[in-house]
Design a protein around this ligand. Structure first.
Ligand code: HGY
Ligand code: MN
Ligand code: MN
Length: 408
């Protein structure tokens, strides 16, 4: 069995975490920012040092390929290296760097695999700056056109196309030109389950559905002191009511339903002025598509009811909508097999977070490997996974990738 270079994985994670480093040990490398460019440049340099043949595609996805003895579709692993603004050092980065360690282990052992082995990082997985999330892998999988992706803008009106050009990662390759034989993504769980149950490896069977909507509310600004409650058309009140309603709805529905109002802004945003404008977002998720649709309908009905009573106008913009994805059962079984073969406890589970793997399942058999997140923290600078778990997950990935790369 090939052994992983544990120390190198941990060192690479520290090095990459140093780019866009923020107070508390986390990272801020928003997609297509200068920090993202610097992180990309570092990882591309490592890919070159490992002898990988690089392909940069038209949405900025980067794929490094280690040739096989036969010119067959490659076995691919990878994830993302963009982060949210309050990101940890493992979300996405871990899967990409563990993929590089798979290549290093093969190189160091002088092993030639039948199939090529590819390591990828996809553009804008987080969706924190440009929506939708998983944008690069969605384009790669044919789920979004390039022009539509290029036109997405951030809060400052900068577009994906312009920013890709600016950081020098608008590549020549057609997204999806490399259609993998199989895709395996290694990732931290980002939730509390493995940590609470003291299980080392999560065998991920699916990714839950995601619904992101931005609402713009128009009311009438007025004096906070002189305007009677009966005359108000308070855009801020509607926005705030949705935050409270969404929480109550998720608790009422129970099960896997979650709801988050993560962004909210008022105008004129003054202590003594009734807001005439509010913009906010609603993130709804569920493992069950019908229940997710139900949650969407309940939120929409609440907004319509409050908008009528408050006499405000509301416009909705869908930022992301992905149905739940079920991974390839055979490949999921093999994740479980390789983890147990290493003596690691396993637990089958859905993914609460979105991942590039959910897009790659459109192209080829795909599966994910989870390792525990301490206290279930993620999208938080205190995101942490024990080094022994990081190494264990990467060894499972290595063993599975070697097996996949040897098959016809
Ligand atoms: O939102 C998500 O689940 C992912 O981090 N993009
Ligand atoms: Mn991620
Ligand atoms: Mn994330």
């Amino acid at each position: 069995m090939l052994r992983l270079n544990d120390g190198q994985l941990l060192e690479s994670l520290d090095r990459l975490a140093g780019i866009g480093a923020i107070e508390g040990g986390g990272c801020a490398r928003l997609a297509l920012s200068d920090e993202d460019r610097a992180g990309r440049d570092l990882v591309v340099g490592w890919m070159k040092e490992l002898g990988l043949r690089l392909q940069v595609d038209a949405i900025g996805n980067v794929v490094g390929v280690r040739p096989g003895t036969e010119d067959l579709p490659p076995v691919m692993t990878g994830s993302h290296i963009d982060t949210v603004r309050t990101g940890g050092r493992y979300d996405g980065n871990y899967g990409v760097l563990a993929g590089l360690e798979v290549v290093r282990a093969l190189n160091d052992a002088g092993v030639k695999t039948r199939r090529p082995v590819a390591v990828a990082f996809f553009t804008n997985e987080e969706g924190a700056r440009f929506q939708p999330d998983m944008m690069g892998s969605l384009v790669y999988a044919g789920g979004m056109g390039l022009n539509e992706a290029y036109a997405a803008t951030d809060k400052d009106g900068r577009s994906v196309g312009d920013e890709l050009r600016r950081i020098g990662y608008l590549g020549p390759a057609r997204p999806g030109a490399i259609r993998p034989h199989a895709f395996v993504e290694l990732h931290i769980e980002q939730g509390p389950i493995l940590d609470e149950e003291k299980v080392r490896i999560g065998v991920v069977e699916s990714v839950q559905g995601i619904s992101w909507t931005e609402y713009g509310v128009n009311g009438v600004s007025n004096h906070a002191g002189t305007t009677p409650m009966r005359l108000r058309r308070d855009a801020g009140y509607l926005a705030a009511s949705v935050s409270v309603f969404a929480r109550a709805l998720a608790l009422e529905m129970g099960g896997d339903q979650v709801a988050t109002v993560g962004t909210m802004g008022f105008r004129p945003n003054l202590i003594n002025v009734v807001p005439n404008r509010a913009v906010f977002t609603v993130d709804l998720r569920n493992t069950d598509e019908e229940k997710l649709k139900h949650a969407e309908a309940r939120v929409a009905a609440h907004i319509a009811e409050v908008a009528a009573a408050e006499r405000v106008e509301v416009e909705a913009r869908v930022l992301a909508r992905f149905e739940p994805v079920i991974f390839d059962a055979g490949l999921v079984d093999r994740v479980e097999h390789h983890a147990r073969a290493l003596g690691l406890g396993t637990r089958r589970m859905p993914s609460g977070a979105g991942h590039d793997a959910q897009m790659m399942q459109r192209l080829c058999p795909t599966a994910m490997i989870f390792v525990p997140s301490v206290d279930g923290l993620s999208h938080n600078v205190k995101e942490h996974t024990e080094p022994a778990d990081l190494v264990a997950g990467a060894q499972v990935l290595l063993n599975l990738m070697v097996e996949l790369a040897g098959e016809t």
